[in-house]
Design a protein around this ligand. Structure first.
Ligand code: AHR
Length: 513
């Protein structure tokens, strides 16, 4: 009996210890600037894949669409993401896309079979429709050219169609198609994931470097102010030599490109919550490796000029991947939950913490296909991953500040001492935005937020993305996971404290003078 009582007491003592708040310190110094945050890190991507374009962005038969066939509800939701730049038309699709199929009278446009996703491509949505959509959305178009089955002449002609005011054949063709003014497309990527065996027209690094260099020359000679993005290594673990690919590509293209593109999709196949939470560490590690490779390439440039990193595809993607889930009209229709939303905040924190070199990032993709917006014929809803992206993209601007986080950590098979609190800080004028993911699954963490320079002056506005369980999803008519405005928090002097709930993303916004 006594023994039983003793065990109960030990268990009780243990559980009260467990219930204690964990604590941490977040130290900010407004003098320690990492770099300017480029708004283009909040970009997005729309590919001719599944129901992203047809049935998502563009649905001319629908009662929910405007006169041009654009779904109005989708456009409104997309505007909420404050998308600064939209990549198009792919993705794997672009490696078989011939842009001239998608211009001119719709009745004359050919239907083709897209071999990336094994679907018919009607070509009723093409260059001019995409530009119209970008203008309506208030976003910058970002085109990818076909360096798979395409030619560099085709790439150069597309630049002429979009950017040359008048005179040559393709500029006049655009005018004939009802667009007297040039589209002025500034961002162009030189193919997509050309290092991947799954790509139409897959090449080795040398062949891609040589081919992309000729395309780059012709494109720049046609429109000298364009920004070019090289296809860096797409899949770190799937490619046997990703570092080698990037080094060779930078060596060939360094005098023409402004960015090198990297891609990263993460997932939770093993249902290992903490390993999943730590998965964005890889994004920072890869960024640092590529930054060093850029430095090396720049040291050999004819006219030194900075090249940046563009994470032009990133997201959580593991459920609707492979087999039938990756083919046809309903391909890649991933449903997201709270833990996915926390990982998205982790990606965005990683981009902000590397703001000096990461100058573009594009969540893949906008609608239905691994996307923050999901539709059916009658309705739409915002997936969990919509909400962190919307908070960052509407608030975190200015300079990225270095931040010290001193607090409890966890270990995974791959990484040791991963901080539960994942933090980034943006500072503009006198406004500071503190983004905090508490990755602890069960416990809140109370942090002292300390400014080493200057004084906080409250109140701070607080928004939180959280929910009953890390597996909670949203659906039609039921957006359970969303951003919720909490009570303001008083802050003055050099510090204030805030308790971050378990499995949450919190944005604190206030003054630091
Ligand atoms: O975004 C889905 C696909 O992922 C893209 O088409 C491709 O570039 C990547 O492999």
């Amino acid at each position: 009996m006594l023994r039983h009582l003793f065990i109960c007491l030990i268990l009780l003592a243990g559980s009260s210890l467990m219930a204690q708040d964990l604590s941490a310190r977040i130290k900010i110094d407004k003098d320690r600037v990492i770099g300017d945050i480029d708004k283009n890190i909040y970009g997005n991507f729309s590919e001719h894949l599944g129901r992203c374009i047809y049935g998502g962005i563009y649905d001319p038969g629908s009662k929910l669409s405007d006169k041009q066939g654009f779904r109005k509800d989708v456009l409104e939701a997309a505007k909420g993401l404050n998308v600064p730049i939209l990549r198009w038309p792919g993705g794997n699709f672009v490696s078989g896309y011939h842009w001239e199929d998608g211009i001119g009278p719709k009745k004359d446009r050919p239907e083709r079979t897209d071999l990336a996703w094994h679907t018919p491509e009607p070509n009723t949505f093409g260059t001019d429709e995409f530009i119209d959509y970008c203008r309506k959305m208030g976003t910058e178009p970002y085109f990818a050219v076909n360096l798979g089955t395409g030619t560099f002449d085709e790439a150069r002609n597309w630049v002429e169609y979009c950017n040359v005011k008048e005179g040559p054949y393709y500029a006049e063709l655009r005018k004939k198609n009802g667009h007297p003014e040039p589209h002025n497309v500034k961002y162009w990527s030189l193919g997509n994931e050309v290092d991947g065996w799954w790509q139409m027209g897959h090449k080795n690094a040398e062949d891609y470097g040589k081919f992309a260099l000729e395309a780059a020359k012709l494109m720049k000679w046609t429109s000298p102010d364009i920004k070019l993005i090289a296809a860096g290594s797409s899949n770190f673990y799937g490619n046997s030599d990703p570092h080698g690919w990037n080094r060779t590509v930078l060596e060939y293209l360094k005098d023409y490109i402004d960015y090198i593109a990297l891609h990263r999709y993460v997932g939770n196949r093993e249902n290992d919550y903490y390993a999943f939470m730590a998965s964005t560490i890889d994004v920072e590690e890869r960024t640092k490796i590529v930054e060093a490779q850029i430095d090396e390439a720049m040291s050999k440039m004819r006219n030194p000029r900075q090249i940046y990193v563009a994470w032009d595809e990133y997201n959580v993607w593991y459920r609707a991947r492979g087999g039938e889930a990756a083919r046809g009209r309903n391909a890649l229709e991933e449903k997201y939950n709270l833990e996915d939303a926390l990982v998205i905040a982790g990606f965005l924190n990683a981009f902000i913490r590397n703001a000096h070199i990461v100058k573009m990032a594009n969540m893949a993709q906008l609608v239905n296909v691994i996307a923050p917006i999901f539709t059916n014929e009658n309705d739409m809803f915002r997936q969990t991953i919509y909400f962190p992206l919307a908070l960052y993209a509407n608030n975190s601007f200015g300079q990225s500040l270095d931040v010290l986080v001193d607090g409890p950590t966890f270990d995974t098979k791959q990484y040791q001492q991963v901080p539960y609190l994942d933090v980034s800080v943006a500072y503009q004028g006198e406004e500071v935005v503190i983004n905090v993911v508490n990755r602890h699954k069960d416990q809140p963490i109370t942090a002292e937020i300390i400014s080493q320079e200057g004084q906080f002056s409250g109140p701070f506005t607080v928004f939180e993305v959280n929910g009953p369980d890390v597996k909670t999803e949203n659906t039609f008519g039921k957006e359970v996971i969303k951003s919720v405005k909490k009570d303001d928090v008083a802050a003055s002097g050099a510090g204030f404290s805030y308790t971050f709930p378990a499995h949450s993303y919190t944005m604190l916004k206030g003054k630091l003078k």
